[in-house]
Design a protein around this ligand. Structure first.
Ligand SMILES: Nc1ncnc2c1ncn2[C@@H]1O[C@H](COP(=O)(O)OP(=O)(O)OP(=O)(O)O)[C@@H](O)[C@H]1O
Length: 272
């Protein structure tokens, strides 16, 4: 029997109250089935507001879907997904803790003895290139360093699934490419399942095994699922110049383009 997928979303719908007129409900996503295999790197791209973060919240167990089933390694997910680590777009570091203190925090909450937690956190800080900066507070670090610390904070807990919501979008392009390469190096060493949300199709293709395209909302759903057959290991800057990357980009953009325009029009309509 094939190994169970890390995450399976089966016919998910998420409906929210409070859009527009009182009592009106808004179905953000509907009929969404999405699987991330163990060790697989899957990105979801789609127009703004189509429900990408909503799906990640469902996979994290932070949001119960209005309909459908979520499975984690074959078992139905109820409550928080304890096999998943979550890295958000926003800063996740506690400003009153040092880099080391931030990376140790999750282990401490789990009851790992302090000396052990410190040793593991120090090892992860070294791995993300912050070995010499453990005593820095978030405000004493650059944006790229804070992202590295967040990455260490997520990975130190050794999650089987890594959920990432535009984790590098606030970074300048050079730092971003460095972080993407680091993420790929860490991922290929550990082969965790990754569900990665991004606006950036280039980033999605460069990192992933598969890219899933969402339609514009309401009732957004996957409308394309592309296997990224680019060789690994990859350098994210170099891979973007290969003919195969350009072919994949053209094929996926062919599906995404119209949805992005629809999503944009809808936002204009809502703002009016
Ligand atoms: N808790 C909520 N209550 C009401 N509406 C919500 C809630 N969460 C999300 N929505 C709506 O659901 C839709 C999908 O939101 P979501 O944040 O998942 O989209 P997204 O694709 O991640 O957007 P972006 O690309 O802009 O980050 C949006 O229209 C949003 O306003």
């Amino acid at each position: 029997m094939a190994a169970a997928a890390a995450i399976e979303l089966l016919d998910i719908a998420c409906t929210f109250a409070g859009h527009g007129t009182a009592g009106q409900r808004y179905t953000a996503v509907e009929h969404v089935s999405l699987t991330v295999g163990a060790g697989e790197f899957v990105s979801v791209v789609g127009p703004t507001g189509c429900g990408k973060s909503t799906l990640l919240n469902v996979a994290a167990g932070l949001l119960a879907p209005s309909r459908g089933t979520v499975r984690c390694f074959g078992a139905p997910l109820t409550g928080l997904n304890r096999r998943a680590g979550y890295m958000f777009q926003a800063e996740s570091l506690m400003p009153w803790r040092t880099a080391l203190g931030n990376v140790m925090a999750g282990l401490e909450f789990r009851g790992v003895p302090a000396a052990e937690a410190r040793a593991q956190a120090e090892a992860w800080l070294r791995r993300v290139g912050l070995g010499a900066f453990g005593d820095r507070y978030p405000h004493q670090m650059s944006g790229g360093m804070r992202k590295r610390a967040s990455l260490a904070q997520t990975l130190v807990l050794d999650p089987d699934i890594i959920l990432m919501d535009e984790p590098f979008s606030a970074l300048d392009i050079q730092t971003r490419q460095l972080m993407e390469n680091e993420l790929l190096a860490l991922w290929s060493a550990k082969r965790k399942a990754v569900l990665f949300i991004t606006h950036d199709l280039d980033e999605a293709i460069a990192l992933s095994d598969r890219v899933v395209v969402m339609s514009a909302g309401p009732a957004a759903r996957p409308i394309g699922d592309f296997t990224i057959d680019l060789p690994r290991p990859r350098d994210v800057a170099e891979i973007k110049m290969t003919p195969r990357f350009l072919d994949l980009h053209a094929a996926i953009w062919g599906v995404l383009r119209e949805e992005v325009l629809k999503g944009y029009q809808q936002q204009l309509g809502r703002a009016a």
